[in-house]
Design a protein around this ligand. Sequence first.
Ligand code: NIG
Ligand code: FE
Length: 394
Amino acid sequence: MSSLLVDNIGELVTNGAGEGPLGIRRDAAVLVEEGKVAWVGPSASAPSADRRVDADGAAVLPGFVDSHAHLVFAGDRAAEFAARMAGQPYTGGGIRTTVGATRAATDDELRATVRRLRGEALRQGTTTMEIKSGYGLTVADEARSLRIAAEASTETTFLGAHVVPAEYADRPDDYVELVCGPMLAAAAPHAKWVDVFCEQGAFDVDHTRAILAAGQAAGLGVRIHANQLGPGPGVQLGVELDAASVDHCTHLSDADVAALVGTAHSDGSGTRTVATLLPGAEFSTRSPYPDARRLLDAGVTVALATDCNPGSSYTSSMPFCVALAVREMRMTPAEAVRAATLGGARALRRDDIGVLTPGARADLIVLDAPSYLHLAYRPGVPLIRQVLLNGVPQ
Ligand code: NIG
Ligand code: FE
């Protein structure tokens, strides 16, 4: 059995036992065996191993868990971004532009985009990345989007209900029937989750409920795009359906927050339904940011994710989202790092990632910095020195 020791860690974020909310250990080492964390302790008393990575006093963290990304698409919407920066609002209407380009693309073109973006994210410390479909919107195009997504991630999400495609514009009920029937049947073998864009101009509460319930009946877990562009029923519907995560949460009522708090575990281990915040979307659409403090102060579990997509948030960078969360959403650096690691894991209902404790997957990042604080303190700087994925240096 080959082993690897990461030692001389100046500051180790475990998200388990240790100092503060990040479970920090100083002058630490991590022993990796068979792709898993086998031991965590003081560097001075570390066991020997076949191979060694000398962290040289740097900070080591669990790899980022990006629980919300749309990577299967073709083309870009740089002109739409430029128009927005000149004052146009974001409405989600550009999704159909990407649908046209995606349908026209070959499998290999889509695959190349997924690989490129997954590679970008990995170099920025993302060791788990959820990938949604949602730019195909035909039975065949949704199925192939998910097949291609599944080549890059086990966390794949069927988002056939992203928007009603143009050919169904005057008969949305028929489209919902297609999504719940043949499209779901073709998608489900390649998907772990089902998601709906529940928003005015996309899917209303009845359609959303029907699609999520059909997905659940097909064995998929539930996630939902909710309350992004305005107030709405999405968050409370997500809680009612035991969604793993309600995503965006930009426009929340007191009742929405109370519903999320109401799912909290009494042992303090957090909520069942996580609120996933996507500050890249507010950045790229020049919109007001969600009120992270209100959620955190109420005891809701918060995750941070990129929402990487060609329209509302074309970034694959979790460090950028951490910096935005701290600067623009009044999260402390510790809260933001926890949300980008353990929060993402909870949003995917995974307990083997987002932590560096014995038994966890050895997905970790070595920073070019002495502390996790630098992720927000040095925005835009490539601080990821090394990534270990399943114990393997990348
Ligand atoms: O999460 N809100 C819906 N979907 C994406 C945007 C997709 C697009 O504009 O292409 C989002 O922001
Ligand atoms: Fe999204």
